[in-house]
Design a protein around this ligand. Structure first.
Ligand code: HOZ
Length: 431
C-alpha cells in the first residue's frame, strides 16, 4: 500500500498549519507515521488521496452514526443549502430539533444550540456558575470537556495524547477554581466538597470516551448525585461523545441518575458543527436574553447544520433498535480481537456502550485515567499502524474511543478480527 500522496500532503500542511493539522490528535503523534489524507468517505469506508480504502472505525470521532454520506442527511443538507447558508436569525428547524431532543431526554426541558462541544460545555459551566452564584467546579482527571480555559486541566483526548493534560497559556488564576477528582472514586469527590463550599457544579463524562472508553460505575454516579444534592451543586453530564451513541435517551436512562445539565455534540449535528446544552426550564431561564448569563454565536443554530442534525436524530428516533444492533456488532468486534490477542499471549481490556467501543492493552481493568495510562502505548502504536496498513482505520490514540456505524457490516467486523489475528501473530513472532 503506497501512501506517498499523504506523505507529500502532510509535508505541505506542516509548513502551513501547526503540526499539519487543525486538531492535534489527528497528527498521529502518539502512533507514529503519517496521517492519512482523506479524499472521500462512503458508508463505513474512507478512501485516501492515494486511492487506498479503509474500514473507518473513527467516523469523524463520533458524529457519523449512519456512516459517511447517509442519503437522508445528505439530501436534507442539500435542500437547506438551497435556501441560504446562514441568516443570523431564527428558523423553524431550530425549534424542530429542540423539540426532538427534549422529547428524548427527561432532564432537558429547554435547550440551546451552539457550534461545537467545547462551546456547549463552556456555556454550561457559565450557566451553572450563574445559577448557583458560585465559582468553583469539579472535574475528573482524564475527562475531556473541550479546550476552554477552566476545563483544560488534567484533560484526556489530544491533551493526554501529547502529554500536556494541562496547557500553558491557561492562567493559574483561571484554573484555581477547577478542583480535580478521580474517576470512579467517590472519596476523591468528597474531599473536593470538604475543601470548598463554593462548588457550582460537578462535570463528568458519565461514559468517558476521552481516556479510551471508561464508563462510570452506576453506584458511583448515584453517590455523585447525592453529594451534589446535599451541597446545592449542579451535576453536569457531558454527553458530547456518548449522546445518541450509547443510548438514545442519555446516560440517565441507563444509570437512573438524572443530571441537572446535559451537554451534547457530535451525533446531534449529523456531521455538521453542532453542540448543545440543555436543562430544566428553571436553570435555562438564567440564560440571556431571558436571564443575565450571557452566551451567543453568529452561527449558532445554523440552518444547514440544524437540517443535518434534524435528519440524523429523526432517523435515529424512528430506528431506535439501531443502538442495540450496533452494540451487538461492537461487542463482537472487541471480543473477537480480544480472543485473537489472548491466543498470542496479549491481554486486552475491552468494553462497549451502544456503538462505542474501547480496548486497552493492559493486564488490569481500567477504571480511571491512571489505569488508562498504565496501558501498553507501544503495543497500541504497533497495532494501530499494522491495522492501518491492512486497511482498518482506528483512532490514532489510545485515549480515544472507537465507533461503528449502521454501515459497518458483520462481514467487515469478521475481516477486522481476522486482520487483528495476523497482526497479533506478527507481534508475537517479531516483537
Ligand atoms: N477531541 C476529539 C476526539 N475526542 C478529536 C477531534 C478531532 O481531532 O477531530
Amino acid at each position: 500500500m503506497s501512501i506517498s500522496g499523504s506523505v507529500k500532503a502532510f509535508e505541505q500542511a506542516q509548513s502551513l498549519i501547526p503540526g499539519g493539522v487543525n486538531s492535534p490528535v489527528r497528527a498521529f503523534g502518539s502512533v507514529g507515521g503519517t496521517p492519512i489524507f482523506i479524499a472521500e468517505g462512503k458508508g463505513a469506508y474512507l478512501t485516501d488521496i492515494d486511492g487506498n480504502r479503509y474500514v473507518d472505525y473513527v467516523q469523524s470521532w463520533g458524529p457519523l452514526i449512519f456512516g459517511h454520506r447517509d442519503e437522508s442527511i445528505e439530501n436534507a443538507v442539500i435542500e437547506a443549502v438551497k435556501h441560504g447558508l446562514s441568516f443570523g436569525a431564527p428558523t423553524q428547524a431550530e425549534s424542530d430539533l429542540a423539540q426532538l431532543v427534549i422529547s428524548m431526554f427527561d432532564s432537558i426541558e429547554k435547550i440551546r444550540f451552539v457550534s461545537s462541544g467545547t462551546e456547549a460545555v463552556m456555556s454550561a459551566i457559565r450557566l451553572a456558575r450563574g445559577f448557583t452564584n458560585r465559582d468553583d467546579i469539579v472535574k475528573f482527571v482524564g475527562c475531556y470537556h473541550g479546550h476552554s480555559d477552566s476545563l483544560l486541566v488534567q484533560a484526556g483526548s489530544g491533551a493526554a495524547t501529547f502529554g500536556n493534560p494541562s496547557s500553558p497559556g491557561v492562567p493559574a488564576d483561571f484554573t484555581k477554581h477547577t478542583l480535580l477528582a478521580t474517576y470512579n472514586d467517590i472519596e476523591s469527590v468528597k474531599k473536593c466538597f470538604n475543601d470548598s463550599k463554593n462548588i457550582a457544579c460537578v462535570i463528568i463524562e458519565p461514559i468517558a470516551g476521552n481516556m479510551g472508553l471508561v464508563p462510570a460505575d452506576k453506584e458511583f454516579l448515584h453517590e455523585l448525585r447525592e453529594l451534589c444534592d446535599a451541597n446545592g451543586t449542579l451535576l453536569i453530564f457531558d454527553e458530547v461523545m456518548s449522546g445518541f451513541r450509547a443510548t438514545l435517551h442519555g446516560a440517565e436512562s441507563i444509570t437512573g441518575v438524572k443530571p441537572d445539565i446535559v451537554t451534547l455534540g457530535k451525533v446531534i449535528g449529523g456531521g455538521m458543527p453542532v453542540g448543545a446544552f440543555g436543562a430544566r426550564a428553571e436553570i435555562m431561564a438564567k440564560l440571556s436574553p431571558e436571564g443575565p448569563v450571557y452566551q451567543a454565536g453568529t452561527l449558532s443554530g445554523n440552518p444547514v447544520a440544524m437540517a443535518a442534525g434534524l435528519a440524523a436524530i429523526t432517523k435515529l428516533k424512528k430506528n431506535a433498535e439501531v443502538i442495540s444492533v450496533l452494540n451487538e456488532r461492537a461487542k463482537r468486534l472487541v471480543e473477537g480481537m480480544q480472543q485473537e490477542a489472548s491466543a498470542c499471549g496479549i491481554t486486552m481490556q475491552i468494553d462497549t456502550r451502544g456503538s462505542m467501543f474501547g480496548f486497552f492493552f493492559n493486564e488490569k481493568p481500567v477504571k480511571n485515567f491512571a489505569d488508562a495510562c498504565s496501558s501498553d502505548a507501544k503495543l497500541f502504536a504497533k497495532f494501530h499502524s499494522m491495522m492501518l496498513s491492512k486497511g482498518f482505520y482506528f483512532a490514532c490514540s489510545l485515549y480515544e474511543t472507537g465507533f461503528i456505524s449502521t454501515a459497518t457490516t458483520d462481514e467487515m467486523i469478521e475481516d477486522t478480527i481476522k486482520a487483528s489475528a495476523e497482526v497479533f501473530k506478527e507481534i508475537k513472532n517479531n516483537g
